[in-house]
Ligand binder design. Structure first.
Ligand SMILES: Cc1cc2nc3c(=O)[nH]c(=O)nc-3n(C[C@H](O)[C@H](O)[C@H](O)COP(=O)(O)O)c2cc1C
Length: 198
């Protein structure tokens, strides 16, 4: 069966993590569902060259090459009728990169105000892979407790805090070292970033 993944970009700083992850995933023969929150759109426009419009158009313009079997579907985060809103829709994992404290709070308390929250909630109830890249600094006790609650419910908490042992030469190298760890949790074989000992 073709692997299906969900990637969400929310309104924390670090939209580039989500964009690089999506760029990496479309190199595989996968069905990819992408959600971008309203704040995610605004922060992405502020921090990156992706200003507006469909993400597929942005990727093509940026010269990203899709695997011939990759299909990217952008889903409106207010569309609760989308297939990914249901536990009966099977997929292989979801990553929220970056994950705002707002979205983290919603997930850790089971509030599903938009389709990003709902799809994450479904991952937890169906025991599917959910990787969160929560971004804020410093973390308050509320943030830390929300991360603990999400982890206890099965989420993988992966703060975007890249290692420097690969001696990254560019911001893209640095970001990709985190994206590589997320791809590992999606069980994809890749060589996006050097591995220690290789
Ligand atoms: C430029 C900018 C940077 C932001 N960075 C963060 C951040 O790093 N972490 C965070 O939790 N919220 C951050 N926010 C605030 C979120 O965008 C805001 O809480 C929003 O409600 C999140 O909504 P969402 O979870 O639906 O994306 C930032 C906002 C702006 C405008």
């Amino acid at each position: 069966m073709k692997k299906k993944f969900i990637v969400a970009i929310t309104g924390a700083s670090g939209s580039i993590y989500g964009l690089r992850l999506i760029s990496a995933l479309i190199k595989f023969p996968v069905d990819l569902f992408v959600l971008i929150s309203n704040s995610g759109r605004q922060v992405t426009a502020h921090e990156t060259d992706f200003k507006s419009g469909p993400i597929a158009g942005y990727l093509e313009k940026a010269g990203e090459v899709f695997h011939e079997q990759a299909i990217l579907t952008e889903v409106d985060p207010s569309d609760f009728f989308a297939p990914i809103a249901s536990g009966s829709f099977q997929h292989t994992g979801m990553v929220i990169a970056p994950c705002s404290m707002n979205t983290l709070a919603a997930i850790s308390s089971g509030i599903t105000d938009n389709l990003i929250h709902r799809a994450a909630d479904v991952c937890l109830k169906e025991k599917r892979t959910l990787v969160l890249l929560p971004r804020e600094t410093p973390f308050s006790l509320i943030h830390l407790k929300n991360m603990t609650r999400a982890a206890e419910a099965g989420a993988i908490i992966m703060p975007p805090s890249p290692g420097f042992y690969t001696r990254p030469a560019t911001i893209e190298n640095l970001v990709d070292s985190m994206v590589a760890r997320a791809l590992d949790h999606l069980h994809l074989n890749h060589d996006l970033s050097p591995r220690w000992g290789s």
